[in-house]
Design a protein around this ligand. Structure first.
Ligand code: CA2
Length: 151
């Protein structure tokens, strides 16, 4: 079965346990279940990941590159967390592997602190979802699927 990866960056393991006024009360395990359900409707399998470590995320993109090239994966729904704003290593990994990425943020980063307004990932993203809460993951899955059909 064709897959998509859902990759989550630093601190997203804490989703639903702290800062509910910003990130809501849904846990990352709940998000995983939602993603599997939505992807299943589209006939897609999900590889679900979270890491607090930049190098691990670089490695996941390197593993994903050949899977996308072979048609086994459509690409990644990616919430980079704070890596969004400064990780050139992850940006280079995405660029080097040509993995289609839907950059996804739970909060509306543009309505928050100035440092969250800039993303080093966005110029490489196939699409961006911002500010829909965890429902953004669903929108991103549908968007990645739609873009692959259009290609
Ligand atoms: O809105 C988003 O999804 C973010 O990617 C979340 C990141 C933040 O650095 C980005 O600017 C926007 C932070 C994720 C931290 O998640 C937590 C969840 C619960 C409690 C504490 C942190």
């Amino acid at each position: 079965m064709t897959s998509i990866s859902v990759i989550n960056g630093p601190n997203l393991n804490a989703l639903g346990t702290r800062k509910p006024e910003v990130y809501g009360r849904t846990t990352l395990a709940d998000v995983e279940a939602m993603c599997r359900e939505e992807a299943g409707k589209l006939g897609l399998d999900v590889e679900f990941h979270q890491s607090n470590h930049e190098g691990q995320i670089v490695d996941w993109f390197h593993e994903l590159g050949p899977q996308v090239a072979s048609g086994a994966s459509l690409g990644a729904v990616y919430n980079p967390g704070a890596h969004t704003h400064y990780s050139y290593a992850i940006r280079d990994a995405i660029e080097g592997t040509s993995v289609p990425v839907i950059e996804t943020h739970i909060s509306n980063v543009h309505a928050r602190e100035e440092f969250r307004h800039h993303s080093v990932i966005s110029p490489l993203a196939s699409g961006i979802v911002v500010g829909f809460g965890v429902y953004g993951y669903i929108l991103a899955i549908r968007g990645l699927h739609q873009l692959s059909r259009a290609a």
